[in-house]
Design a protein around this ligand. Structure first.
Ligand SMILES: Nc1ncnc2c1ncn2[C@@H]1O[C@H](COP(=O)(O)OP(=O)(O)OP(=O)(O)O)[C@@H](O)[C@H]1O
Length: 599
């Protein structure tokens, strides 16, 4: 599965083969390994639990046939004492075992969640573009919760049930083999029901879990897009869409529960019928003198004790099935190989030695599953310290082009050189500390302003932050209630669009990269602030190589040269004044943009 093609959540809707789901849950055993000693202790306690619990019925049988039949009160007290000690030991073991069981399963869940989060971080942006966030959220939260519940409950129950069934059957055969055969005969219909249950429940559980991801996606999208929804007055429409998804989830959950209830009631009915059969035959045997009352009591007590593991095995199968499909969904993500990763001999360059020459050589790019080439042979050379503006019609591929130097995407052909080294030969982390990008969509995080600013350079000094705030004209941060320590809301939504953009710009400036990539970072600013930011930015750009996507003619002033992107190629390159004179397409693009801005 390692090289498996990326699946969309829709494709994941198709229930997997049971075999592969089993394999995926089995693959999780590596996360149990660090806890092997704790688990061994846990299983030992489970075993002791079973033994102490199952020693009681034969003792009751012995009390009936011995001290009770012979009115031997001291003998009765002796057996009652042993039963009381066994019962107390059973309860105490149960308590300790549950504590171990829960804490271990939680630790295992936390480990898998950590590994999954790390994996999500290294997956390329194309993966995140294609997967709904809600589907990923469901995998990180509810699916892993299911796996944890299986490790904490289902697996222990499974082992307990198998152990109990084996020991009880041994005891029953020992007490009266003919009655035990009746109990054994009930195993046949139980197995048949179990087989049917397995066949039906697995796809139903998968389909419910997939739908749960859809509901998470719908909820998440509505929360993120609440402003747009309100502004467009589409609240009722979105509510209806959400209701439809929720209704679908409800019907899939009911369908799944119906399968479980049907099987469980079948289990119950057969097991209880077995008890009835034993009562009838056992009483006849007692009447005929071939079985003692004590043995019949012990037999029935044990048979009743058997009901629990039989019922539990239905529950275990349901949990096991859900854990298997959940594991399968989690491995959909784990099995996606990061498309952008370090090459085996990737090197590290020292920031102080980087001159900052950036060269695009015949760079081509097409999105996954899309034959259209967005970039069809871009050749561009940005000299160290030079600022090159990228202009082009909307949709011409400017954002795509500037996503390449920090390897948010990799070219499908051609290469990009930083100081003569192919950027794919550099360690990703190192490359991204040298080449920093600020996007038009300024994403901030729900942490303090200071933490947001220092995200790309955790060791930044107070002076560095101040300088970046000044360059980005983001002094408004000092007026926030707690200054730089003010916690900003989710995605920085408590700030205005222009404030967010200025903070994101300051965050990029703090890194002091050798190459600064700005994807139209001033679009949300008013003309006055834009002018102030540009003036301050001009100082920073003096010693930094920069690629700046521009829409407004005023931003072009920041650049030494302008490259016009047209039909996937650099159609014109030179100074703004030269292009204005020589390239009618360039004049067209800029005048269209300024009309848009004016409008
Ligand atoms: N993840 C994606 N998958 C497939 N196609 C995409 C993806 N992202 C962008 N595109 C397409 O690639 C083309 C170039 O998009 P890009 O965002 O690079 O253009 P742009 O020049 O930056 O546009 P704008 O000026 O409007 O910001 C567009 O046609 C767009 O529809």
């Amino acid at each position: 599965m390692g090289s498996e093609r990326l699946k969309t959540p829709e494709e994941s809707d198709n229930p997997p083969e049971q075999k592969s789901a089993l394999t995926n849950l089995w693959r999780m055993k590596k996360y149990l390994h660090p806890y092997r000693y704790r688990l061994a202790l846990l299983w030992s306690m489970v075993l002791l639990n079973i033994v102490s619990g199952l020693a009681i019925p034969p003792l009751v049988g012995r009390a009936i046939d011995g001290p009770i039949a012979h009115r031997d009160i001291p003998g009765l007290w002796a057996i009652v004492g042993v039963i009381a000690v066994l019962g107390a030991a059973d309860a105490l073991l149960n308590l300790v075992r549950r504590y171990f069981q829960t804490t271990t399963a939680m630790a295992i869940e936390a480990d898998i969640r950590g590994a999954l989060y790390e994996h999500l971080q290294v997956l390329h942006t194309g993966f995140h573009d294609r997967w709904q966030t809600g589907q990923l959220l469901a995998r990180v939260t509810s699916d892993l919760g299911m796996v944890r519940r299986f490790f904490a409950g289902g697996l222990v129950f499974a082992i307990t049930s198998v152990g109990m069934i084996a020991i009880i059957m041994g005891q029953l055969l020992f007490i009266e083999w003919r009655l035990a055969l009746i109990v054994l005969a009930t195993a046949v219909p139980l197995l048949l029901i179990g087989r049917k249950f397995f066949r039906e429940y697995l796809p139903a559980a998968r389909s419910e879990q997939d739908q749960s991801g859809e509901v998470s996606s719908a909820a998440e999208e509505s929360a993120l897009g609440i402003r747009a929804i309100k502004a467009l007055g589409r609240g009722p429409l979105m509510a209806a869409r959400f209701e439809k998804e929720a209704e679908e989830l409800r019907s899939r959950s009911i369908f799944k529960s119906m399968i479980a209830s049907r099987s469980w009631s079948g289990y119950d009915a057969i097991a209880t019928a077995g008890v009835g059969g034993v009562l009838v035959l056992g009483s006849t045997m007692v009447a005929g003198g071939s079985l003692s009352v004590g043995d019949l009591t012990a037999f029935i007590m044990l048979q009743l004790a058997l009901l629990w593991p039989i019922e539990a095995s239905g529950w275990v199968m349901a949990h096991g099935n859900e854990a298997m499909t959940a594991a399968d969904r989690v491995y959909d993500v784990f099995d996606t190989e990061p498309a952008i990763k370090d090459r085996p001999n990737a090197k590290v360059i020292d920031r102080s030695e980087v001159r900052g020459e950036l060269v695009f050589e015949d760079v081509r790019f097409a999105f996954e599953d899309d034959s259209r080439e967005i970039l069809a042979g871009v050749d561009l050379r940005v000299k160290p310290g030079e600022t090159v503006a990228i202009a082009g019609k909307t949709g011409s591929g400017k954002t795509t082009l500037v996503s390449l130097p920090s390897r948010l995407n990799d070219p499908t052909a051609g290469r990009i050189l930083l100081d003569g080294t192919d950027i794919r030969d550099l360690k990703l982390e190192n490359l991204r500390s040298v080449v920093t990008t600020a996007f038009e969509e300024a994403t901030l995080f729900s942490m303090s302003v200071r933490e947001n600013l220092a995200l790309g350079r955790p060791g930044a000094s107070e002076a560095d932050l101040e300088e970046a705030v000044r360059v980005a004209q983001a002094e408004f941060v000092y007026d926030l209630p707690y200054g730089l320590d003010t916690r900003i809301g989710e995605q920085g939504l408590s700030l205005s669009g222009g404030q967010r953009q200025r903070l994101a710009l300051a965050r990029a400036v703090v890194v002091r990269p050798a190459v600064l990539v700005l994807d139209d970072p001033l679009s949300a600013l008013d003309v006055h602030t834009e002018e102030l930011v540009e003036r301050a930015l001009a100082q920073v750009l003096r010693d930094t190589t920069a690629l700046v996507v521009v829409h407004r003619p005023s931003t072009v002033a920041l650049a030494d040269k302008v490259a016009l992107l047209h039909e996937g190629r650099i159609a014109a390159f030179g100074k703004h004044s030269e292009l204005m004179a020589s390239s009618p397409e360039y004049v067209d693009v800029l005048s269209a943009e300024s009309e848009e801005v004016a409008a």
